[in-house]
Write a protein that binds this ligand. Structure first.
Ligand SMILES: [Zn+2]
Length: 342
């Protein structure tokens, strides 16, 4: 991807120059609008090369200034360039006749350390509420609170193009890391309700068919969720493939003595010791056992990461009262809630 690119009559993309495993080609920042005052969406992480790129783009556009800085969320690769931008505006009052207004949904937990502490001179960071509209010539951006990746995450609906600036809610390649899956899926559905065309993601290439991409993001998560619910409705040991156990199959149904023994122990153990499963139709599972079944085709080295993902799904399902958890000997066991019928 070029470092600076005019993507549409309204949008310039400037790369944050911070490529990496999690940031793909680096963070995308966008200059939006057509007039002398434009909106900058995200600031990159503050790489020294970024400000010269931004300034070159602004002078190329004529006598153009950044009037608003909108930050999608507190992560440093999106907000870390704010300090350098403001310093530059203060150093060159002839070029930057106004200090931009800075807007971000407040996040009292992270903002003080992630943003405020890194600014040389304190500045007012205005709070973005859901539905707030930001307007310059050629750009009307409506804030959409989209928690899940982070609690403060804000995407923007771009009316002139029926497009969405998605921040890290949807990215151009690979998959999104999230803190709260329940909220994250809800946010994806909110974005889907806009029936947008393009998505301008926080990382990676532009997505032309936003609806299809949002549908597949939602589908992927729902499929995994159905799989977890299905596996929870079965008995843990019956799913282990014979090859996972020494000695191979030694009976008609493909089980081994070791498996049958483990199964008997497992069922006995849980029935005896796991309190809090009255009337549940399913046998409790550990997240690790779920991973062994659901990710059976994947290398074991990925099971650790898969377990974090399964736990986020379980937390979502618990928030929806579809599963519940109980502790025994410091281990958490998961089961379907009794009233659920598949
Ligand atoms: Zn992020």
């Amino acid at each position: 991807m070029p470092m600076v690119e005019k993507i549409s009559p309204y949008v310039f993309r400037i790369l944050g120059l911070n490529p990496g495993k999690f940031t793909l080609q680096g963070t995308n920042t966008y200059v939006v609008g057509t007039g002398p005052r434009r909106i900058l969406l995200d600031t990159g992480e503050g790489k020294p090369g970024y400000m010269p790129l931004l300034e070159a783009a602004l002078s190329h556009l004529g006598n153009v200034q950044i009037s608003h800085v909108l930050l999608t969320h507190w992560h440093r690769d999106h907000s870390g360039g704010l300090g350098a931008l403001l310093d530059r505006c203060r150093e060159q009052p002839a070029k930057f006749t106004e200090l931009p207004e800075v807007w971000k949904r407040h996040c009292p937990e992270h903002d003080p350390k992630a943003i405020h502490a890194l600014l040389k001179s304190p500045i007012r960071i205005n709070h973005i509420s859901h539905g707030m509209v930001f307007k310059v010539d050629g750009a009307t951006l409506r804030a959409i609170h989209t928690p899940g990746h982070t609690s403060d995450h804000t995407a923007f609906y771009f009316e002139e193009e029926n497009a969405i600036f998605s921040g890290d809610c949807v990215i151009g390649q690979g998959s999104v890391v999230f803190e709260d899956l329940h909220q994250y899926i809800r946010s994806l559905k909110v974005l889907r309700s806009f029936n947008c065309g393009r998505i301008y993601p926080g990382h990676g290439p532009i997505i032309e068919d936003g609806c299809t991409t949002l549908d597949s993001y939602i589908r992927h998560r729902m499929d995994r969720e159905e799989e977890i619910l299905h596996v929870l409705s079965t008995r843990p040991i019956t799913h282990f493939a014979p090859h996972e156990h020494e000695g191979g199959a030694d009976s008609d149904d493909g089980t081994t003595a070791a498996m049958r023994a483990a199964s008997a122990f497992y069922l006995h153990y849980h029935q005896q010791t796991v309190a809090g499963f009255p009337g549940s139709s399913s046998i409790p599972w550990t997240a690790r056992d779920l991973v062994r079944v659901i990710y059976a085709k994947y290398p074991k080295s990925l099971h650790g990461a898969a377990e974090s993902s399964v736990l986020l799904h379980l937390a979502k399902l618990r928030a929806e009262d579809k599963v519940f958890a109980a502790q025994a000997d410091g281990v958490t066991y998961w089961s379907l809630t009794p009233k659920r019928t598949l």
